[in-house]
Design a protein around this ligand. Structure first.
Ligand SMILES: Nc1nc2c(ncn2[C@@H]2O[C@H](COP(=O)(O)OP(=O)(O)OP(=O)(O)O)[C@@H](O)[C@H]2O)c(=O)[nH]1
Ligand SMILES: [Mg+2]
Length: 349
């Protein structure tokens, strides 16, 4: 392991020097701005080479220290993606690494700054304990994450839940996973309904799962069919309603779905959003389905992406609880109940 210092007129030039000499995996120990009267400011980076082995030398303590450090590769990434705010952050590698991770995870820069500003550490007062700033930022993020289990059945009321979302987002598969879980783990009596005014074939997939699980499954095209099906399933603890995939751009079909789900019945709706879609598509879907007054988010296809920052962006856009995360195509295994700590981890690591 070797410690070296590099100086340049800008932080970016100094970082580039470190990368050129020590390689992209060099870790930054400190970054300083050196100001001398009558001279231009100079930035100095103290970097460590050979740091990739430090966790082997002393797994616990040094491994932890390494986690707090940032690699020069990460710093260059950050410098290319941000601006003035970074100048305040740049001299605190521990906090900076959290910032970089969130940006890389796709959390909107605006929100990342907001959480750091909420810690109170960036309002001009010098801060000594950066670890506590990092912890405060994490706490602020944790505070906005809300989770809710729609099937947390306390009373003996029947729960009717409809699942909405764009075509192929995973509605039918998620319903099959939930139906199996509710039956096997919570010994609930489950019924399924397919609400689809357009595709005749759409019922088949749900029906196949219903047959495997041995639960009733009704196909519904009109509101009166839905009322009939619900009457037939009065004895069920939980009724799960699958809906036809809607293009979020097709207003008339969304309106039709809204008319099909009666507002006077106690039917909760849950919006599925794929974490693997791009941010603007996700926002558009969340906006356009809003007319269906969904009460929770289900984030799907977590296994298809490394970047889970869109979960936080969505929560910041519209503050609603997260109920489930789906993690693959296997029924019924690939679904997890949303938990704050797990969500936080997905967003910041
Ligand atoms: N990788 C991955 N694939 C998933 C997940 N959930 C569902 N899928 C897959 O996504 C595809 C579409 O799933 P469906 O459940 O049919 O989606 P849908 O929303 O019902 O689709 P429509 O009814 O056509 O709107 C299938 O191939 C599923 O296996 C997930 O969490 N991860
Ligand atoms: Mg479907």
């Amino acid at each position: 392991m070797q410690v070296k210092k590099y100086r340049a007129r800008t932080i970016k030039e100094a970082s580039a020097k470190v990368k050129k000499v020590l390689g992209p995996d060099a870790m930054i120990l400190s970054t300083q701005k050196i100001s001398k009267v009558g001279e231009n400011d100079v930035f100095e980076i103290t970097a460590l080479t050979g740091a990739e082995n430090i966790s082997d030398e002393s797994p616990n303590m040094l491994g932890e220290v390494k986690q707090e450090l940032m690699s020069i590769k990460e710093m260059l990434y950050l410098l290319n993606n941000s601006d003035v705010f970074i100048e305040k952050l740049i001299t605190y590698p521990g906090v900076l690494s959290l910032y970089t991770k969130m940006i890389k995870n796709g959390v909107n820069d605006r929100y990342v700054r907001l959480f750091f500003e909420r810690t109170g550490a960036f309002n001009g007062h010098p801060v000594n304990d950066m670890k506590s700033v990092k912890d405060r930022a994490l706490k602020e993020i944790r505070n906005v994450i809300d989770v809710k289990d729609p099937f947390d059945i306390k009373k003996n009321n029947q729960i009717i839940a409809a699942f909405i979302g764009t075509t192929g987002v995973g509605k039918t598969t998620t319903i099959a996973k939930l139906a199996a879980r509710l039956m096997l783990e919570k010994t609930k009596k489950v019924g399924l309904i397919s609400l689809d005014a357009y595709r005749i074939g759409a019922m088949e997939q749900l029906k196949t799962y219903a047959n495997i699980l041995g639960v009733p499954c009704f196909q519904v095209f009109k509101k009166k069919d839905l009322l009939f099906a619900l009457r037939r399933m009065e004895g069920k603890d939980v009724v799960l309603i699958d809906t036809a995939g809607q293009s979020q751009y097709d207003r008339s079909r969304l309106d039709e779905l809204r008319r099909l789900i009666p507002g006077d019945l106690d039917i909760s709706t849950h919006l599925l959003l794929s974490i693997a879609t791009n941010e603007s598509e996700m926002n558009k879907a969340a906006d356009n389905f809003r007319c269906l007054k969904y009460q929770s988010y289900i984030f799907t296809k977590r296994d298809e992406t490394q970047k889970c920052g869109s979960i936080l962006n969505q929560i910041m856009e519209q503050s609603l609880p997260v109920s489930y995360i789906t993690t693959g195509q296997n029924v019924p295994e690939d679904i997890e109940q949303a938990e704050r700590a797990k969500l936080l981890k997905l967003i910041v690591s």
